[in-house]
Design a protein around this ligand. Structure first.
Ligand SMILES: O=C([O-])C(=O)C[C@H](O)[C@@H](O)C(=O)[O-]
Ligand SMILES: [Mg+2]
Length: 440
């Protein structure tokens, strides 16, 4: 009889405490990529969108990636936080959050996160923490050979659906040649834009950014979309541009047409009043934007769906916490997006894959970006039938292309935009433009 193999030594059998993987260096690089003249209720997108790319390096030589806003105040906070958290173990996300909070001590400023005034109450500490947390998860995944979705509890789906995010738009930035999308300033233009986007990406849900034209014109656009795309769930988001009365009227007129009505009016009280009188759920990325906002909204039954966004909810693990809270209180979960690059898209996809309650197609601004402009290498994120396959490579599953990073940084330096300012740009184009809240 063959002899059984000898028992392994206790050292070999037990994995033992692994060596900590400490943050040795962090680089924060602002970048700019071309953006189109997309209209919203506070103005129009400038010719470039700005983002910050965060690289976290460990003492063992692994690098994790994060992406966030690049407004001046946010960049300064990122750099202060980067100094404070250097030396932290990438597995100790609580210590990471403590370090970020410590770096903000005495900083009472709010905003500066790149949301053009449309999200004002989100937590500064969570917005600063987010890209570092994502980068640490990227490193953790690489270290153990697992995708980030596995670290978040496991992917419950292998594909994540995104929606066609439509905007009213001019045909060109003033003084430039018309872009490939052309103008969309009426129902026909919006339907043509939807067709182009759905033909290109296969999206199976549609969101219209509203709050730009009088509500009846936007109702007409939604009706035209319904006629052209009878089976696509539809949403409209005027970013709080309407009074409570207008919101109720629009909601009642669109009975049976919308899957949800997003931020028709500003504030929890107004949203609660609207919610009582319209037939469809209200969704928000404006009145529930931090953990402190959840209790008042739940108590007043103000919203039916929360649009999570790891960029201002403190990263991926805190967004999973939000998902759990939403499940507990019977709130639906969807996902918000700003103009972004591939690192953000990868993080959003891992999060959505690992969030069982996320049953709506996620927002993304991806189609509005020039496909050639990114900081990641091509090939990791390819849309098919409106969805992205969840990356299965270790970590986020995307790699930084240094030449592209350098080119987009150079573009940031040259373009001169340092803070997102949709209103200021609109006023430069049309000096009679006024910011009104509510507008109708
Ligand atoms: O859902 C939303 O509220 C957004 O996507 C906010 C964005 O800032 C959007 O309005 C934009 O990019 O103009
Ligand atoms: Mg919104």
């Amino acid at each position: 009889m063959p002899k059984p193999p000898p028992n392994p030594s206790p050292e070999a059998a037990a994995p033992g405490p692994r060596t900590r993987q400490r943050i040795a260096a962090i680089t924060v690089t602002p970048v700019a990529f071309r953006d189109l003249p997309l209209l919203n209720t506070v103005g129009v997108h400038e010719p470039y969108a700005i983002r910050a790319i965060v690289e976290v390096r460990t003492d063992e030589g692994l690098t994790g990636l994060g992406e966030t806003y690049a407004d001046t105040a946010h960049l300064a906070r990122l750099r202060r936080a980067a100094e404070e958290i250097t030396g932290t173990d990438v597995w100790d996300l609580n210590a990471l959050a403590r370090g970020v909070r410590a770096s903000l001590a005495g900083d009472t400023g709010t905003g500066g996160h790149g949301m053009a005034g449309m999200v004002t109450n989100s937590s500064t500490a969570d917005a600063v923490l987010s890209p570092f947390e994502v980068a640490c998860l990227d490193i953790q995944g690489q270290a153990v050979g697992l995708p980030v979705s596995a670290l978040l509890g496991g992917a419950v789906r292998d594909r994540v659906d995104y929606s066609a995010y439509l905007f009213y738009k001019w045909d060109a930035h003033p003084g430039q040649e018309p872009d490939a999308w052309g103008a969309a300033l009426d129902p026909d233009g919006i339907v043509a834009q939807a067709r182009r986007m759905i033909d290109g990406y296969g999206f199976s849900a549609i969101k219209l950014k509203g709050g730009v034209f009088p509500p009846d014109e936007e109702i007409a656009a939604i009706r035209a979309l319904r006629a052209a795309f009878p089976d696509h769930p539809l949403r409209i988001d005027p970013n709080g541009a309407w009074t409570v009365e207008t919101s109720i009227r629009v909601g009642q007129e669109l009975d049976g047409v919308l899957e949800y009505l997003e931020d028709p009016t500003e504030g929890v009280e107004g949203m609660a009043e609207v919610a009582r009188k319209v037939p469809m759920p209200l969704a928000t990325n404006m009145c529930v934007v931090s953990f402190a906002d959840i209790e008042p909204a739940v108590k007043r039954d103000a919203v039916g769906v929360v649009l999570s966004d790891h960029h201002f909810w403190g990263g991926l693990t805190r967004s999973r916490l939000l998902a759990g809270i939403c499940e507990t209180f019977g709130l639906g979960l969807s996902m918000h997006s700003n103009s972004h690059l591939g690192i953000s898209l990868a993080a959003m996809t891992h999060l959505a894959a690992a969030s069982p309650a996320l049953t709506y197609a996620c927002d993304t601004h991806w189609p509005w970006k020039d496909p050639g402009e990114d900081v990641i290498a091509d090939g990791a994120l390819m849309f098919s039938e409106g969805a992205l396959a969840v990356p299965t490579a270790p970590g986020l599953g995307v790699t930084l292309d240094r030449d592209r990073l350098a080119a987009l940084h150079e573009q940031y330096v040259k373009c001169g935009i340092r803070d997102r300012d949709d209103t200021g740009y609109m006023k430069r184009v049309d000096p009679s433009y006024e910011l009104k809240k509510p507008r109708w």
